[in-house]
Design a protein around this ligand. Structure first.
Ligand code: HEC
Length: 89
């Protein structure tokens, strides 16, 4: 009986992981967007558009983490935006 529960639990966790790798991954549309595009679409929603030159590379890393939370971005989207900011400052 215990074995059956363990096996069922294992199967469910494998299922959960495989469902998540499909549905939790960014959609194709989002995956194709560039950092500049994501910046233009997201960073103006709540405040004025921050310019890449406003902050240094190190500061952008921190801002990125903070805004990932605020703007509800995925880590992939944040990385693209931060990389873009760093390339343009
Ligand atoms: C959901 C709303 C929201 C979105 C979307 C958002 N921000 Fe913000 N942002 C805030 C708020 C609120 C603050 C004020 C600081 C805080 O969070 O307490 C802020 C502050 C900042 C600051 C600091 C401003 C300063 O002059 O000190 C920067 C830089 C910034 N955001 C960059 C961004 C970037 C880049 C993006 C796009 C990835 C973004 N934000 C998207 C809400 C948002």
């Amino acid at each position: 009986m215990k074995k059956a529960i363990i096996i069922t639990g294992f199967i469910f966790s494998v299922l959960a992981v495989s469902v998540c790798t499909q549905s939790c991954a960014p959609t194709k549309v989002v995956a194709q967007k560039s950092g500049a595009q994501l910046w233009g679409e997201n960073c103006i929603r709540c405040h004025n558009m921050p310019s890449p030159t406003d902050f240094t590379d190190v500061q952008w890393e921190t801002v990125g983490l903070h805004m990932e939370d605020r703007a509800n971005l995925t880590s992939v989207e944040t990385k693209k935006i931060v990389d873009f900011m760093k390339s343009a400052n």
